[in-house]
Design a protein around this ligand. Structure first.
Ligand SMILES: [Zn+2]
Length: 361
């Protein structure tokens, strides 16, 4: 007779153990997958926006945030706790704006923002790279419904929102070919470029006095005029370098004849004119050239190849503060002129993009 087989308790116990273990492990994995165990991996493999979104959705507790704060720091998300994210989100800021704030704002400015009323326009402003808290009231004053907010910020950065010739600063390096001069930036009254050269009658109207240009600008101007002549176009310089003294008498005459407001639109106060830099030229074909003249059209197409740009156009009156002057060109060098041409930038836009340094706060 066969002996009755004893049940295999050992195997059953093992299976039971495995089932119990799975019952414990599976829920734990599900919990940890979205929680702290995965946080460092989550941070490593996700974009900053996604990480901040996760924080912002309060997937993690404050203690957890503390634990993986070093990882956040590696990603450039600095010194902030979920308090900031939650506060900003409660205010109404979008996750993408919160990310921008956390990555770009100083602690003080962020706190200030948290304590200020939410405003849709402010949200648009603060993600502009030029946004500067110290100019906040000026943005608000300069704002108008029919102007893009980025344009308002650009105008304020250029000080065009201020009254003419107020809060002026002296230009440190007037010899630079990309010196930016406007109604708030001037050259010292003693400044005279040290490389001015006399222009020949072939290129300049010297009838009212010998015209002068800075040497590099003159060399390039001659090349440009020679090439224009080959196209049967007559181009010559009518006005070039002006001394502080001559600019002063021109401006004063203008004010005397037309009144202050009109004068400011058409002429610059002494020290504030581009003609004092020795790189600006008023172009003539017998008369100062106008939009639509063949000489104007040719210059519009080719001047940048010789390093010249138009300065005062109809489209940028709000940025320059001057009426359009289709005859006024200025030398900035071939490289800069080409860059401006390629990127379709006015000089104000070029200067802000490549040379302007936001003041340290
Ligand atoms: Zn001019």
């Amino acid at each position: 007779m066969k002996k009755k087989r004893k049940p295999n308790y050992k195997l059953r116990r093992t299976i039971a153990k495995i089932i119990i273990a799975l019952l414990i492990i599976v829920p734990l994995v599900i919990i940890f997958k979205t929680k702290i165990i995965n946080a460092p991996l989550y941070i490593k493999y996700h974009k900053n926006t996604e990480v901040l979104n996760a924080l912002f959705d309060s997937k993690f507790t404050r203690e957890e945030v503390k634990e993986f704060m070093p990882k956040l720091k590696e990603k450039g998300i600095n010194s902030y706790t979920d308090d900031y994210i939650i506060s900003l989100s409660n205010k109404g800021y979008k996750p993408s704006t919160i990310e921008y704030i956390l990555l770009n704002f100083k602690m003080g400015d962020t706190k200030y923002l948290i304590n200020t009323k939410y405003d849709e326009d402010v949200e648009k402003m603060i993600v502009n790279k030029l946004f500067d808290y110290s100019k906040y009231d000026r943005y608000i004053n300069a704002r108008s419904d029919d102007e893009d907010i980025d344009r308002t910020i650009l105008r304020v950065t250029l000080d065009i929102d201020k009254d003419n010739y107020t809060d002026t600063v002296e230009i440190e390096d007037p010899n630079s070919l990309t010196t930016f001069i406007n109604k708030h930036r001037y050259v010292n009254e003693d400044y005279v470029p040290d490389d001015l050269v006399d222009m020949s009658d072939d290129y300049a109207n010297n009838y009212y006095g010998q015209l002068q240009l800075r040497s590099e600008a003159y060399e390039q101007f001659k090349k440009m005029v020679d090439d224009a002549n080959k196209e049967d176009l007559e181009i010559y310089a009518d006005t070039t370098y002006r001394s502080f003294k001559s600019q002063k008498s021109i401006y004063n005459n203008y004010v005397y004849e037309n009144g202050y407001d009109k004068a400011s639109l058409y002429a610059a106060r002494a020290g504030f004119s581009e003609h004092e830099l020795g790189t600006a030229i008023d172009i003539s074909n017998g008369y100062l050239i106008e939009k639509g003249d063949p000489e104007y059209n040719w210059l519009m197409q080719y001047a940048y190849k010789y390093g010249f740009i138009f300065r005062y156009t109809e489209d940028n009156i709000d940025l320059t503060g001057y009426a359009a002057e289709p005859w006024h060109i200025r030398y900035v060098g071939v490289e800069v002129a080409t860059k401006m041409h390629k990127e379709n930038l006015t000089f104000e836009e070029y200067w802000i993009k490549y040379e302007y340094k936001k003041e340290a706060k």
